[in-house]
Design a protein around this ligand. Sequence first.
Ligand code: NIG
Ligand code: FE
Length: 446
Amino acid sequence: MTSARPVRSPTPASEVRRTSDAGCDLLIHSAAQLLTLAGGPQRGNELGRLGMIEDGALAMTDGRVIAVGSTGELRRHHRARREIDARGGVVLPGFVDPHTHVVWMGDRAAEFELRLRGASYMEIMAAGGGIASTVRLTRLASIEALMLEARPRLWRMLTHGTTTAEAKTGYGLETGAELRLLEAVLRLDGEGPLELAPTLLGAHAVPPEFSGDTQGYVDLVCSQMLPAARSHMQSSRPDRPLPFVDVFCEQGAFDLAQSRQILATARRLGFPLKIHADEFAGLGGTALAVELGAVSADHLVHTPPTDIAALGRSTTVAVALPCTPFGLAEHEFTPAQTLLEAGAILALATDLNPGTAWCESMQFVIALACRALRLSPAQAIAAATINAAAAIGRQDRIGSLEVGKQADVLVLDAPDFRHLGYRFGTNLVSLVVKNGQVVHPVWPEG
Ligand code: NIG
Ligand code: FE
């Protein structure tokens, strides 16, 4: 029997009598609180329904949840090939991180220091640093080198409880390099155990060879890069859905008309959409996302009130990235309460990237969201699980512990769910199950 680290002394398995023969691969039991997050994405002020079962248990077979209930009930009805005693900890769905730029080369520690001395993020970018400096290194890398550099980050994400993440390209900014990044994401997803949802962010910044000709680059993205990405998917992964297409709609990056051109072209080619909107200035990107039926609109720090109202009436998920202002030592955050009042589906993500937010931990995002966005721990947990799943269109498969869904499960070394948020800077996750398999910690057999 494998155990998560102790919160209180375990009940020896031998003391429990079983009265039925129903089999399962894995049973996790004796959770002080099992959070199911059942019932689908949570809109507006409904956010925070945890679907909690006290002294809860969960049975899994073939990578899927087959039963959720009380420990007594499940141990009576399920003969498990393997049991894990959660020992009074919290059990919840794996976190979904719906906005990351996890594949890049190098780092920007020197820029961090410059920013602390007063340079702004967009000033550094305009001077040829920022995203462009990561692009210089990333363009030189092979697919294998990109994968090698990303793997330790993916491992840190997994051990901090992220079982599925979105992963953007965007440090290639030319068709060949963007396709290498996309291929690295697809292969890393194939390796597992962390599952990745790919996004093509060819319009992340204007590359140096198009300096002064943003429109020329936008035309290239539309006429060459998007069709090439589509053909690449159709020839190499005909069974997979197309990746998301994203654009950085911002002063100094792509304006509203250019963002519209890229996203409308992508939509015509069949790509699902995302957008970086209103990070530094409100250009109308959020209303554009709603108009084009984007799956999510992300950042939303300076979103105009009319755009917030439109978002609140839509199914486009609002993704808040509190690590980004925190990482930039800025003080304005996504107005989460206003978004909830408007009825939006609010999700949280890390924005993991080398420039603004090198953070692999959704636990840290939750702690920050409780303080800077004034979310309750229950709201932040729902925003990091079922609503985050909705932000990548996978709410029917992941994000909650319900019969038939994928068995992506965490055990926390904490007796109460509010320890997520309350505590920060250490890892509360003691066990990670992906697709019904224990993937962390991995202990030697025998
Ligand atoms: O979401 N704002 C654009 N993209 C990233 C930053 C990427 C970088 O600086 O490398 C973001 O914050
Ligand atoms: Fe981003």
